[in-house]
Write a protein that binds this ligand. Sequence first.
Ligand SMILES: C[S@@+](CC[C@H](N)C(=O)[O-])C[C@H]1O[C@@H](n2cnc3c(N)ncnc32)[C@H](O)[C@@H]1O
Ligand SMILES: [Zn+2]
Length: 571
Amino acid sequence: MSMTMSDPVMDPMTSFWSSLFVYIERPNLINKRLMGCCALNCWQISDPFETICDLMQNCSLDELKGKLPESKQLSDFQLSGIRCLEGQTLIVRHLLPKLSLKNLNTDCDTNTSQVIDFVLIDIPNARVVFVPKATDSHVIPECSHELFLNDTQEIELKYLLANETNVWLDEKVVPKLRQWMRQELEGKEMKGSLKLIGVDHYCLTYNRLKRKYGQQLVQMWRKYETTDPLKFVFEDIAIASYLIVLWEQQNEARDKDKTRKQSFVDIGCGNGLLVYLLTNEGYKGLGIDLRRRNIWDKYEPKVDLVEKVFTPSDESLGDLFGDYEWLIGNHSDELTPWIPYMAANSSHSTNAFLLPCCPFDFNGSKYQRTASNLSQYSCYIQYLQTVCQQLGFEPKVDKLRIPSTKRICIICDQRNYDKSLENEMRVKRKTLINEKLKDFNDYKPRDKVETVRNCSRLPKDVIEAIVTIIANELLDGNENLTIGSIPKLLTTDMLTHMKSQCGGIQTLLRNNKHIFEVSGGIIGFTRPKPIDVTTNGTTDTDKHLKSKRCWFFHSHPNGCPLPATQCRYIH
Ligand SMILES: C[S@@+](CC[C@H](N)C(=O)[O-])C[C@H]1O[C@@H](n2cnc3c(N)ncnc32)[C@H](O)[C@@H]1O
Ligand SMILES: [Zn+2]
């Protein structure tokens, strides 16, 4: 079974690879003498492991290039792609030693201070071999070594030459990797997830879908979308797996034909990926969204996606939805509270599945938290449960295994009243809506073209996380970082926030001029400017002086090049 892609099902093999991939991609997290690294070359390897290990130890980079077939080279390989690898792969890494600020824009391809190593990744056998080349012993250890998953499912280190050892590898690297692996395994994050469905059944389904669609969708994504495929594709595979298992279990519990396939509408389906997956698994369904996406045309015609604006007062929608068993709201924003409402009114047997992210109320405005001891998100989940109950459901909640902080789903597949009371319940629902809204038309669908709002309204932690991602990319030596290439570095959550609240990366960069500057479309670090000292010795009177923390002093590995007295920001 391939475990190479970011896999939310945590077993020792998966957590071994998540830790190792992080270490290969960002050795600077453990090695404080490094600033980062990038891949120079990458080959898919079919020769025996031992043969390649010998080659790695005995060849220079040029010799290696002569020996490995050109046809097996993966062109444009980037380290962030290691999670997609299968079999054996040899990567040549250029390790970037920490530099002073003035040399920050190192070019990955020039040989200024060339520290290189060969890394052989052997996925099926859970081992990685590191062979340093043309090295500078002040930056990385000079001995070749292997990190592998031993019989007791622990990370272990082996030196390729019997007489070599290295204290730093033994005492720093191995303990750190073991700690990462433990954290992954225990995964506080994952605790308490999948309460309503069989975990074994889920894992089998998830792995099956991942094998069947993973690679193909990631490739398609890279071609047609700008967002991070690893996040989007695997999150939707996880959601589809959850629904499939839930539905199969329902067939069993209700003594229905085991192979019966439920029907569904995904309301606010966005890129349509969930509809694509469920349709291909044999479930009859429909996706609607007020804005069609380019990628819709790339799916087969059987993937039914319709550009349609949902308005709660539109009665024809009730009839349409009545033909389907499940209404799905996956990060459905303003539509979220309306989905159980529509489900309840469509027919006594219509169900709803919600995976909420940004909190919206019935009138389309942001839901306001009512309890100060709970997070906005927890409050919103509780609020939705209450609403579902009032609408006539017996809602259940569960936690999905997806790499997101918004993982709680609400399942409405049981009513809390008898079918004979349907008419009274309709009246009750109408009353409920009247309490929430002055009139149905208070709900206004959003504009098809997203409005531009100011980035300062993004939550502070989201801004900080995005700043860190951009900064890390620059520290990793990316010299061609354009605004357009940022979205694919961000998580789904960040993108959702950016989409719903702000004018985009450009505004974020403008609000952080003290860290980044954009010149000729390329993002770089701002060179901290000293406080102007005028000829008569007085300092300038800029009202922003010392109004913010100095990002360089507090966050850049090399600190701020200016002394505190000269820096415009607070050290
Ligand atoms: C945050 S996105 C989520 C997209 C997708 N479900 C996903 O998880 O990737 C919310 C989607 O709801 C759609 N939407 C919002 N209001 C809508 C409405 N009144 N009718 C139809 N679609 C709507 C938006 O166009 C957007 O694609
Ligand atoms: Zn400073």
